[in-house]
Design a protein around this ligand. Structure first.
Ligand code: NVA
Length: 306
């Protein structure tokens, strides 16, 4: 049971693998030629809505010569209509891989345990590794290097913050998180991230005030305050994150050539002020495009024979 190549979490990749995937993503963006998925059919199993992830996987799989079959939430009922184990064992009889977006990260781990085909995390409550790889591709193309850069994440210590942190810690990029005390990256995860940072030379820091965090930043990054699945907490979160908005005034405190990043969907009036995605320093749409290239690098790695 199981398969030795999955992508569930950036933490499961070695730092060397992260560096290689980013390099491959940058290269694939220029070449666009591999047909590594010729004859392969990949199941896309999504429990939550998606624009960028669904499009970039469908397009990327086709560009690599494969085909994708999409299952929305109500079609499968993962772990509800049928157990995760049964769904996985049926899919692996017909498909060559599973790309899954789930509420509970444990479901992905269970799928990976049962599947003899690769399982890719297309976002869970714990991590969004494909986004983080695309983010590093975006930083690499903007700055030409990753080592020694300072990425500041402002907002919730959520799935995006965690994957980005592990990614930065893998490539020698300093990572600073500005979040309210009750919404920090969980201690155990932060500790693991910091251990990885030590070996790559990145510095990890938590700062309460965004204004202090963004000084000297090369990148200011934010994400929604209320993630999918947390809708019931929205009012409480709006209150907790007041003062954590990324806006032109906050950007002015970062380096003059700093970039603004957001994985989207974005909520104007909440984590960003109106127009921030079109701010002259915004690279949010490059990030969105780079999902395609980074994921093609992931697929090429998963289906290469080494
Ligand atoms: N943190 C957000 C990311 C969306 C791409 C969520 O999980 O909803």
């Amino acid at each position: 049971m199981g398969n030795d190549k999955d992508l569930l979490s950036i933490a499961n990749l070695t730092s060397e693998q992260v560096r290689q995937l980013v390099e491959d993503g940058v290269q694939i963006k220029q070449e666009r030629s591999s047909r590594v998925l010729d004859g392969k059919i990949i199941a896309l199993l999504f429990e939550k809505p998606s624009l960028r992830t669904k499009s970039s996987f469908e397009v990327g799989i086709r560009q690599l010569g494969g085909q994708a079959v999409y299952f929305g939430r109500d079609e499968v009922g993962l772990g509800v209509r049928e157990s995760v184990a049964d769904v996985t064992r049926v899919l692996e009889r017909m498909f060559d891989g599973i790309v899954a977006r789930v509420f509970d990260h444990a479901k992905l781990e269970e799928m990976a345990k049962y599947a003899r085909i690769p399982v890719v995390n297309a976002l869970s409550d714990a991590e969004h590794p494909c986004q983080a790889l695309a983010d590093l591709v975006t930083l690499q193309e903007n700055f030409g290097e990753l080592g020694g850069k300072r990425v500041v994440f402002v907002g919730d210590g959520n799935n995006i913050a965690v994957s980005l942190g592990f990614a930065c810690a893998s490539v020698g990029t300093d990572y600073v998180v500005a979040s309210p005390p009750g919404y920090r990256i969980p201690d155990g995860v932060w500790k693991k991230m910091s251990q990885r940072a030590q070996s790559s030379g990145s510095r990890m820091e938590w700062v309460e005030r965004p204004q202090d965090a963004v000084r000297d930043a090369d990148c200011v990054y934010t994400d929604v305050w209320t993630s999918m699945g947390q809708e019931a907490e929205q009012a409480k979160r709006l209150k907790a994150f007041g003062g954590y908005q990324v806006n032109p005034e906050l950007m002015k405190l970062a380096k003059p050539n700093a970039v603004f990043m957001h994985d989207m969907p974005a909520h104007e009036g909440e984590e960003i002020s109106k127009g921030m995605l079109d701010h002259p320093q915004s690279v949010a749409f490059d990030q969105a495009e780079n999902r395609l290239h980074a994921q093609k690098a992931v697929l090429a790695w998963l289906y290469s024979n080494d």
